[in-house]
Design a protein around this ligand. Structure first.
Ligand SMILES: [Fe+2]
Ligand SMILES: [Fe+2]
Length: 282
């Protein structure tokens, strides 16, 4: 990874965000065998705005619950502690970058929607394919959610160059990652992986962030990278109202084979994504 180059280019500007104390506390509680759901619920409940945001998501159509969830404990009993931690991470990452939402030149809200949709489609793709991974559904969600986290950092630290790279890629019809490397010397995947390490995310999440545009460079035993790479393409197609043919071309035969997906499977997953989109509020 171009870690030195990133530091050289960004220098003192590179202040990577840290995870909020409540997320760190919940992470510690989950690792603590003497702590239970009540302790986790109490830790989150100390932050009422956070609790309100969590409950709004739990009550969204994605979870399809028949009874409204009104407390953190109730949410934990339905989602499990790890599921709750995943949601907590989603809310926290949203807050970390919320100040960028009204960026005049880059659709940051659209990027967040894309991130959530990719998270949801990572799970949907895993359920639809025969690929086997010992990574839990909650962890798959995190990998999809954070795959483009480097783009938020790019906007924050090197916005002008990042937008220039994307314009260049659009004009030429080439990959933004290559254009980012051309303009900046590193890409959102490099910067995102750096943040993922700082946050001590699991190896498969770091791999998914680093290689979702270049699966061939990932470790072959890492099916999560394939799932996130596919979900990323599907999420774009669902948002752009694109069809399965373009998705199959972008994915390429190796990725489709690896996931045992054919055109029909792809079509169904795009449709799943389209149905999820209206429920993702920013
Ligand atoms: Fe990306
Ligand atoms: Fe993406």
């Amino acid at each position: 990874m171009n870690k030195d180059l990133i530091k050289e280019r960004l220098g003192e500007k590179l202040e990577l965000p840290s995870l909020p104390a409540v997320v760190q506390r919940v992470n510690a509680l989950i690792e603590d065998p003497t702590a239970g759901m009540r302790e986790v619920g109490a830790a989150i409940g100390l932050d009422p705005p956070l609790t309100a945001k969590l409950l709004r998501i739990v009550n969204s159509a994605y979870y399809g619950l028949s009874v409204p969830v009104v407390s953190v404990e109730h949410a934990a009993s339905i989602l499990g502690i790890r599921g709750l931690r995943t949601l907590l991470l989603r809310v926290s990452v949203y807050d970390i970058f919320a100040h960028l939402h009204d960026h005049p030149e880059f659709d940051v809200r659209g990027l967040w929607k894309h991130s959530v949709l990719t998270a949801q489609l990572t799970g949907a793709t895993a359920a639809r394919t025969r690929i086997r991974s010992d990574v839990s559904t909650d962890e798959l969600y995190v990998c999809g959610l954070l795959h483009d986290i480097g783009q938020f950092l790019m906007i924050e630290h090197v916005g002008d160059e990042f937008i220039e790279a994307w314009n260049r890629a659009r004009e030429r019809g080439t990959s933004p990652v290559a254009a980012e490397r051309e303009v900046l010397g590193f890409s959102h995947t490099d910067l995102g992986a750096m943040l993922a390490r700082r946050w001590s995310l699991p190896t498969h999440a770091i791999q998914a962030i680093r290689f979702h545009h270049d699966m061939r460079r990932a470790a072959p035993a890492e099916p999560v990278v394939a799932l996130v790479a596919m979900a990323n393409i599907l999420a774009r197609a669902a948002a752009d109202d694109a069809g399965p043919r373009g998705v199959c071309r972008r994915a390429g035969p190796a990725l489709l084979d690896c996931l045992s997906l054919d055109k029909r499977g792809v079509e169904e997953l795009i449709e799943t994504g389209r149905k999820m989109l209206p429920d993702i509020r920013v």
